[in-house]
Design a protein around this ligand. Structure first.
Ligand code: F6P
Length: 306
């Protein structure tokens, strides 16, 4: 997030434009919590987790009255355009505001969930993926030493990208993701494969949706009491920490591209990355279209976990 804020700020100043930082997202736009930024405002931030602008979930922005206050502040501070960094909720808000008040908006995909259509990766996803992989590496020491099955719960809201890919990266035995509900019973399939018999321990990564790891652990305790089952919920560990090089570079490229897009007169688009090339996607598509998980990823895990 900070790498993106830094890139937007500096690329705009490079063009001779003035830049204002809006604190606490839509909430700050409503309250007028807005400060002018210079190049030094974003010094020493690229390596930091979280966001120097802070963030908030705003109920008031969901109301027409809230958005009217936000629009009044856009006028008061003389803002000609907004660059909005965030996930589905933030970009959906941007779309509504743009439609109601005719303000040019450029979205940058910022979420660990990687669930925005039209971009191969979102800012924060790679960092979270690496964090999960490192945590699972550590959990495996206990799983192995004690011959246990671990159900490790991974964030991602409705999407299984973090779960599926961290399972591959950490060499997990299985991943249970929302997108693969075609399997009638993923747990029974996993147990049925007899993984537990051929290995000392097993690690199953489970997406947080629909009861998450607790749900599956409880089922195993009841249906297969012979197994020693543990649960680990990684929680907000996954949302923090210094970003990976990939995320810093991605955020820097997307941030610069957002200013290029504004220069070109683009509006109401999200800047994304496809096959390592910058792309523009209408915000309406980015937030509404389903982003499928490649079947190949599901295959890779099941082949490699025998
Ligand atoms: O959308 C990003 C995300 O980290 C999800 O993966 C997770 O479900 C949610 O946000 C957590 O949000 P909060 O910190 O508000 O509980």
């Amino acid at each position: 997030m900070n790498a993106a804020i830094r890139a937007v700020t500096r690329a705009a100043i490079y063009e001779g434009w003035r830049v204002f930082g809006v604190y606490r997202g839509w909430e700050g736009l409503i309250m007028g919590d807005i400060k002018e930024f210079n190049s030094a405002s974003v010094s020493n931030t690229i390596q930091r987790g979280g966001t120097i602008l802070k963030t908030a979930r705003s109920e008031e922005f969901r109301t027409p009255e809230g958005r009217a206050k936000a629009a009044a502040n856009i006028k008061k501070f003389g803002l000609d355009a907004l660059v909005v960094i965030g996930g589905n909720g933030s970009l959906a808000g941007a779309q509504v505001l743009a439609a109601e008040y005719d303000i040019p908006v450029i979205g940058l995909p910022g979420t660990i969930d990687n669930d925005l259509y039209g971009t191969d990766s979102t800012i924060g996803y790679d960092t979270a993926l690496n964090t999960i992989m490192e945590c699972v590496d550590k959990i495996r020491d206990t799983a192995n030493s004690h011959d246990r099955i671990f159900f490790v719960e991974v964030m991602g809201r409705d999407a299984g990208f973090l779960t599926q890919n961290s399972a591959i990266a950490a060499g997990a035995e299985a991943a249970i993701i929302p997108e693969d509900q075609t399997d009638i019973d993923q747990l029974a399939t996993f147990i049925g494969r007899g993984i537990r018999k051929s290995k000392n321990s097993s690690i199953v990564l489970v997406s947080e949706k629909d009861g998450g790891a607790m749900h599956y652990a409880e089922r195993v305790r009841q249906e297969y009491p012979e197994y020693n089952v543990k649960v680990s919920i990684l929680g907000h560990l996954q949302r923090g920490g210094s970003p990976t090089a990939y995320d810093r570079i991605l955020a820097s490229r997307l941030g610069v591209a957002s200013i290029e897009a504004l220069k070109e007169g683009q509006r109401n688009i999200m800047v994304g990355i496809k096959n390592d090339q910058i792309v523009y996607v209408p915000i309406s598509r980015a937030i509404k279209m389903d982003k499928p998980i490649e079947k190949e990823l599901i295959n890779v895990l099941s082949i490699l976990s025998i």
